[in-house]
Design a protein around this ligand. Structure first.
Ligand code: SF4
Length: 389
């Protein structure tokens, strides 16, 4: 018999049945985990054996059963507060109430869900990313005289882990299609017939024939392509990516997989201070050009200076007012009506600011100068706000 956990706002299934492997070898319960001075460190991460059975993980599960907030789960608590879908609520949905018996014990359950970042190899330096997840960011740091992490490769040896119970595998970046051989080797090691495969790509590199065939053999595929705005807005956020190139590749994915019932094509957008102002035109483009793609969102949490709550108060009020009469009904999302894009965005905008607007302006100008980009040309609406606030 499982207990009733409906009032427990810290319980999450991932510390019981999931693991997420970082490029540097850190093993966390999920990619939302913030490593806020908690007990999971590189020293107790173990890549030669699944470390989720260790006392450090038992403590997380013990706290969750007791309803104690876990510091490193702060991003999920913020998503819950904004009535968005969090990793936590998704984990409970994935588990289904019938399986809540795992919460009767602090011991780990068999590994059901694995998230893997093979390395930080990536050809983009997105504004919200850093060298730990992007070698392009490393190059930029080194060019500018800052320390750069270079290539980080955890050499994760999946043959040492028991993956026989795996139902879901998420491949994160870096850019996973820059690691085609290892990606393909990993897929050959798991039972694709029972696997939900989740891939996040920046859409600039296509899989080779071997990898494409392996992807298609999976029981279910959630294929996420990142695009964060229309034209130059995307190119600012996902520099030096090019909007048109990604759109061309999305058309190729569509030509490959639109008739595969097991493959779902999804566009993933991270909402931040740069793209929120022009998001309507982006939605118009997506509904007209890719009506069969689903749309998924994350609202940026880190770096916090790009969080939409840090826009000037007057701008936030105008947006909240505009959004009160809007819906994103035309978009194909995973979201229920009470979690409409504009409703959730308003909740994030209502949060208190924690970064001074002058600091945000300076960081934006610094980035533009280093990359030799024109804010006026690429982000005219944002420039207007910078000029007036
Ligand atoms: S609550 Fe969120 S951050 Fe914490 S383990 Fe679950 S999904 Fe990860």
């Amino acid at each position: 018999m499982s207990k009733d956990f409906s009032d427990n706002k810290s319980i999450c299934a991932y510390p019981w049945m999931a693991a997420c492997i970082n490029p540097n070898g850190l093993v966390r319960p999920c990619c939302f985990w913030r490593s806020n001075g908690d007990s999971l460190t590189l020293y107790n991460s173990n890549l030669t054996n699944n470390p989720t059975h260790s006392p450090a993980w038992d403590k997380i599960r013990e706290d969750m059963i007791a309803g104690i907030a876990v510091k490193s789960c702060s991003w999920c608590y913020k998503m819950d507060a904004a009535n968005s879908y969090s990793g936590r609520t998704n984990s409970l949905k994935w588990l289904k109430p019938d399986d809540y018996t795992i919460f009767n014990d602090v011991k780990a359950a068999p590994l059901d869900y694995l998230e893997v970042t093979l390395s930080n190899l990536c050809n983009l330096a997105c504004v919200g990313c850093f060298d730990g997840l992007s070698t392009k960011w490393s190059t930029e740091n080194i060019k500018a005289g800052r320390p750069g992490a270079k290539l980080i490769n955890n050499n994760y040896d999946w043959t040492k882990w028991d993956l026989s119970t795996l139902r879901k595998l998420k491949i994160l970046g870096g850019e996973p299609f820059m690691e085609q051989d290892r990606f393909g080797d990993l897929l050959e090691h798991v039972d694709l017939a029972k696997l939900t495969l989740v891939i996040f790509t920046n859409g600039t590199v296509l899989p080779d024939e071997r990898l494409k065939l392996l992807i298609e053999k999976s029981k279910k595929v959630e294929f996420y392509v990142s695009l964060d705005g229309l034209g130059s807005v995307n190119d600012w956020v996902r520099w030096p990516g090019k909007f048109n190139e990604v759109v061309d590749n999305m058309k190729i994915y569509q030509s490959w997989w639109s008739n595969y019932p097991n493959v779902e094509l999804i566009n993933s957008s991270v909402i931040n201070i740069f793209n929120i102002l022009t998001i309507d035109s982006y939605f118009d483009f997506m509904t007209a050009t890719f009506p069969n793609w689903r749309q998924q969102f994350n609202w940026v949490d880190s770096p916090d200076w790009q969080d939409i709550k840090n826009l000037p108060e007057e701008v936030k009020s105008i947006l909240i007012n505009n959004y009160s009469s809007k819906t994103a009904d035309n978009l194909r999302t995973f979201w229920k009506k009470d979690k409409d894009f504009y409703k959730v965005s308003s909740e994030y905008l209502k949060l208190s600011r924690n970064v001074d607007w002058e600091i945000i302006k300076n960081k934006t100008l610094y980035l533009a100068e280093e990359r030799k980009l024109s804010i006026r040309e690429m982000l005219p609406e944002f420039k207007n706000i910078m000029d007036n606030h």
